[in-house]
Design a protein around this ligand. Structure first.
Ligand code: 1HN
Length: 353
């Protein structure tokens, strides 16, 4: 064996022995992990994935025979990123799940530091009460539960229709876990006292005007239901006025009317329309993003994989994975990510190839 190799071997052995000696003191050499700690570009463990609603719905309905919403507190099937099972995370920073509430059921009032969004996927006639105001859920509505706001859900039916209601929950649970900053408590009563008429916050803040005197101080939007009828109409108007963006189609972000920023401090939300036949260019961003399909069929090309999607499907695009969207028919997609946090940190990167 030549001398150089022998020296290298000795070095390696000596280093290993040294690492063993420092281990009991809870010390570890940075030089062994530096490259992984500071990658040249994002190296997410997360993978792209799709959940087809038609496949999941029967299983979700089956869960209603196993447990009531009240016993479960929240009857949810968590959508876990396949590459990080057991972490209740769809991306490293975001939790997503499909929640079911059957006619007559109540999901009891509680509050927690984690912020939640509800994107209504299937059925009508359920409501949620948030901080003393109730709102009726319709498919496509984007509803917010701000941090530390009391919230309970129920399903009393509407216009003689009583049916199961399913929505996609999006929460900043992994971020709160990261900060070890979670608090939660149960309410004294199962169902909150309703303090204001339905539609009150939308009347006050939902018309590009805000009350001259108001005391809304929270970093979350004072609007807590962005109804689908209105958001869809905005896209329809836009489509008549301009050509679609080559990457995004017609894509609008929801805003907090008091700031112009995202409605939630930790999660950004968008709605986009892809015209029939749209073949979008590939783009990437550092915010891993969850998509919920509202209307239409198409394909999401994520990295080297192709995912055919249809109404009510959910798919996830990991951080920095190239995404190209194609629409067979006219498609409407809702999406959300941790973008406002990355923007606050000044680290968000996007590339439109
Ligand atoms: C929660 O409170 C809801 O209020 C949904 O509907 C999902 C996941 C983890 C922790 C709390 C809800 C949740 C949750």
């Amino acid at each position: 064996m030549n001398t150089a190799l022998k020296v290298a071997r000795t070095d390696a052995d000596e280093r290993r022995a040294y690492y063993e000696r420092i281990k009991p003191l809870h010390l570890t050499p940075l030089w062994e992990s530096l490259h992984a700690l500071v990658p040249r570009e994002p190296q997410t463990p997360c993978v792209p994935a799709i959940w087809h609603y038609d496949e999941i719905r029967p299983l979700l309905m089956e869960s209603a025979d196993l447990i009531t919403a009240e016993e479960a507190v929240r009857r949810v099937l968590v959508l876990e990123n396949p590459a990080i099972p057991g972490r209740s995370s769809i991306t490293q920073s975001i939790y997503a799940g499909l929640q079911l509430i059957m006619p007559g059921e109540v999901a009891p009032s509680h509050r927690h530091v984690q912020s939640a969004l509800r994107f209504i996927v299937d059925g009508k006639g359920a409501y949620t009460t948030v901080g003393g105001e109730r709102t009726t859920m319709h498919p496509g509505d984007f509803i917010i539960t701000p941090s530390w706001a009391w919230h309970d859900h129920g399903n009393e039916g509407i216009e003689g229709v009583t049916e199961p209601v399913v929505w996609l929950d999006g929460l900043d649970i992994p971020m709160l876990r990261f900060f070890d900053a979670g608090f939660a408590e149960n309410d004294d009563s199962k169902v909150q006292h309703v303090a204001r008429p339905e539609g009150h916050s939308l009347a006050r803040f939902g018309h590009n005007m805000v009350p001259v005197r108001h005391d809304h101080a929270s970093s979350t939007s004072p609007i807590f239901n962005y109804p689908y009828a209105r958001s869809r109409e905005a896209l329809a108007q836009l489509q008549k006025q301009e050509a679609p963006d080559a990457w995004l189609g017609h894509k609008l972000r929801y805003i907090n009317p008091l700031t112009g920023g995202s409605p939630m401090p930790t999660i950004a939300t968008q709605l986009q329309l892809l015209p029939a036949g749209f073949a979008g260019q590939s783009h990437r961003a550092t915010d891993g993003t969850v998509y919920s399909v509202v209307e239409g069929r198409g394909t999401a090309r994520i990295g080297n994989e192709r995912f055919a999607f249809g109404p009510r499907d959910t798919f996830v695009v990991p951080s920095w994975a190239p995404l190209a969207l194609e629409a067979t028919d006219e498609c409407v997609l809702f999406s959300f990510s941790d973008r406002p946090v990355q923007q606050a940190m000044g680290i968000l990167r996007e590339r439109f190839d």
